[in-house]
Design a protein around this ligand. Structure first.
Ligand SMILES: Nc1ncnc2c1ncn2[C@@H]1O[C@H](COP(=O)(O)OP(=O)(O)OP(=O)(O)O)[C@@H](O)[C@H]1O
Ligand SMILES: [Mg+2]
Length: 452
């Protein structure tokens, strides 16, 4: 059997954290006790909520209900499972129900129907005291308009949650100082909020929310009052913090770029209903309907799509493969190149079919003489914008590596461009018109997310 000694990489999944590393849901930080599970959640605003609820539950939409009854449907049968330690973004146009949703999670708003479970505890069933205790200890909220106490200085604002918890003055000031330092406001401890810029006030809000070390952060458009550069700064800050903290973050925004930058997953709301839930790549590559297509039309795809999504499968050849076997394998798979791997499946370099044929003629016994070790490599979680210059410069395909540098697949200039162009064919398969080496194979592959 000629495939002896060869195997296909690429089907391997590996881990799935988006940046290929430490952050996010699926690694060590995964914490089921801070899962938020929302089932059949409705919020009707108005005096006849229960009566209107029945109409909504029978499928009547927000506009019709408003016209008929004068009551507003805030949330309509929302079902979401937010995983512990994930950054979950809720996005939608103004009035779509984002604030209502996040406020139902901590019961600043009472749901009309449905269940909100936090780590297995039904929040809707908690008494007023219990919900207060939950807000004090396990979750914090960051508000759009900062919500700082105007007559207290920065230090006392940040320490506020701890004073409510009854933590001693010394300890709360020490912890507040640490967080003030983390958000870059050292030296401003004695200032009043009015003496700070908007961005600085928002940092105070963030430090205050983090100071009680809550498992869950609820953030309702926290950055939307900031100008674009400071906003960008704050987004980076949050990403950096989250890498270390692994909080469960529910982040509200109406800005798609922000959602794509921050979210492990994104839910899109329209008229109180969830229209789509998925990773940024899911939303970009397979928008559920026209509403979402409109949202994603102008987005910079290269910042969202990862090498793991755009890559093609490859043939992996162990270093001790006999050149004749390697030649047969590549010919069978209609490829003009393969990748050489060691016993740990790590990539050792590229081999071209032409070089292998020369090795066969010479009578070589393995691939050592024909490996090109200088093949460019990227991590599966890297976004295409980081790879464009590599793809443009390299005449060789780029090896896409997963955890522990395991070979997962390859990127050619052609499939990089196809992914950027949104060039998926009908069955979800990538158009295969490549003339890069190795793309002689007939069947194109369905793109699957394979981050590591
Ligand atoms: N207290 C309230 N009384 C009556 N209707 C309300 C109330 N709060 C919200 N609504 C209605 O519920 C719907 C959802 O409002 P919500 O504030 O959740 O929207 P949003 O997505 O947060 O919008 P924005 O982006 O403007 O903040 C809207 O139609 C709004 O009119
Ligand atoms: Mg809102």
């Amino acid at each position: 059997m000629s495939r002896h000694g060869a195997k296909r990489a690429a089907a391997a999944g590996g881990g799935t954290s988006r940046d290929g590393g430490s952050s996010g849901v699926r690694g060590a930080g995964r914490r089921a006790e801070s899962d938020i599970e929302v089932t059949g959640l409705y919020k009707i605003f108005g005096a006849r909520a229960k009566e209107v609820l029945a109409r909504a539950q029978s499928g009547v939409g927000k506009d019709e209900i408003l016209a008929e009854t004068g009551q507003t449907v805030g949330l309509h049968d929302v079902n979401l499972h937010i995983k512990g330690a994930e950054t979950f973004v809720v996005m939608g146009l103004s009035g779509s129900g984002k604030s209502t949703f996040v406020r139902c999670v901590n019961r600043l708003i009472e749901p009309t129907a449905g269940q909100v479970m936090i780590g297995g505890v039904d929040v809707v069933g908690l008494s007023a005291d219990e919900i207060k205790a939950l807000r004090r200890t396990r979750m914090s909220m960051v508000f759009q308009r900062f919500g700082l106490l105007p007559h207290r200085n920065v230090l006392r604002n940040v320490a506020y949650g701890l004073s409510v918890q009854g933590v001693s003055k010394e300890e709360r000031w020490e912890r507040a100082r640490q967080w003030i330092d983390v958000v870059g406001l050292k030296g401003y401890e004695q200032m009043r909020p009015s003496q700070l810029s908007g961005g600085m006030q928002q940092r105070v809000g963030l430090a205050r929310a983090l100071c009680t070390d809550p498992e869950i952060l609820l953030m309702d458009e926290p950055f939307s009052a900031l100008d674009p550069l400071i906003r960008r700064d704050m987004q980076d800050e949050l990403v950096r913090l989250q890498r270390e903290l692994n909080k469960t973050i529910v982040f509200i925004t109406h800005d798609l770029d922000e959602a794509l930058r921050l979210g492990d997953r994104i839910a899109i709301l329209k008229d109180g209903r969830v229209v789509q839930v998925g990773t940024p790549e899911d939303i970009i590559t397979a928008p559920a309907d026209e509403y979402i297509e409109d949202f994603v039309r102008d987005v910079n795809r290269s910042r969202v799509l990862s090498a793991g999504l755009a890559m093609d499968p490859v043939t992996a050849l162990p270093l001790d493969t006999h050149p004749r076997t390697a030649q047969e394998t590549l010919q069978q798979e209609r490829r003009r190149f393969g990748f050489v791997t060691d016993e740990d499946d790590q990539c050792r370099g590229l081999v071209l079919l032409d070089d292998i044929s020369a090795a066969v003629r010479r009578g070589d016994r393995d691939l050592a003489a024909v490996v090109r070790p200088d093949v460019p490599t990227v991590r599966a979680g890297q976004h295409l914008d980081e790879l464009l210059s590599i793809a443009a410069d390299s005449r060789l395909p780029i090896a896409v590596l997963g955890e522990r540098k395991r070979l997962l697949g390859a990127l050619t200039r052609r499939n990089t461009l196809a992914a950027l162009a949104g060039n998926w064919s009908e069955g979800g398969a990538m158009e295969s018109t490549d003339n890069d080496p190795g793309n002689g194979r007939q069947a194109s592959q369905k793109p699957e997310k394979r981050d590591a």
